[in-house]
Design a protein around this ligand. Structure first.
Ligand SMILES: [Fe+2]
Length: 211
């Protein structure tokens, strides 16, 4: 079986449930593979693919704040962070968890952890009774994790740039009052902190560039 990027795979895409599977054997480019996998899984799910492309576009603007070896990780995570919305991957109905489990089964452990916790998912998952399942994925605290949240939060459902306030209002409109919106409000201080840390790194980078 060929991966979307052209490398040999172990045939995991259609049988990932519960098996210990090897990682993709050869991948020419992590970004190319992540983009193709995300498109394959999300292109038929309405605006999700547009949103993900917007997040990936935003990520390219923040890449310079990261060490070179970290940049492909953030790009891949941007493409993959919402793949759990794909009907093909749906198990718990919580996209962070379903996406993370899929990636773990592919052998992409770091990407799985980043996806599991993106945009402070712990608030929603704990509120919905999945805190224990989420705890199976260690939470990474790093500029990569912050930048993923920054780019996800500041891009709307169709991939257009939005402010935090607009994003919150959009989630309220989409889901109405209830657990998801309550969890988002609880997550807001942590989300703002991730945004501020990323903005600080962007300012430092810009200052260094202008001397
Ligand atoms: Fe997202």
């Amino acid at each position: 079986m060929r991966s979307p990027a052209g490398g040999e795979t172990t045939g995991v895409a259609d049988k990932w449930d519960g098996k210990s599977l090897d990682s993709i054997a050869t991948v020419e480019s992590m970004e190319d593979w992540a983009a193709a996998e995300s498109e394959r899984l999300l292109a038929g799910t309405g605006d999700r693919w547009l949103h993900v492309q917007g997040v990936a576009h935003r990520v390219r603007q923040v890449l310079p704040i990261l060490a070179r070896e970290e940049q492909p990780v953030l790009l891949a995570a941007a493409y993959l962070h919402d793949i759990g919305y794909s009907p093909e991957l749906r198990r718990t109905g919580l996209h962070q968890l379903d996406g993370a489990r899929y990636l773990r089964n592919l052998g992409h452990e770091r990407l799985a952890r980043l996806v599991a916790h993106h945009s402070e998912a712990r608030y929603e998952l704990e509120a919905r009774g999945f805190g224990e399942e989420l705890a199976a994925f260690e939470r990474e605290k790093s500029p990569v994790a912050d930048a993923l949240t920054y780019c996800d939060l500041l891009n709307g459902p169709t991939g257009c740039p939005v402010s935090i306030e607009e994003r919150v209002r959009e989630v309220e409109r989409r889901y109405g009052q209830g657990t998801i919106v309550d969890a988002l409000r609880m997550a807001l201080p942590a989300l703002r902190a991730a945004v501020e840390r990323t903005e600080r790194l962007l300012r430092e980078r810009a200052d260094a560039a202008t001397g």
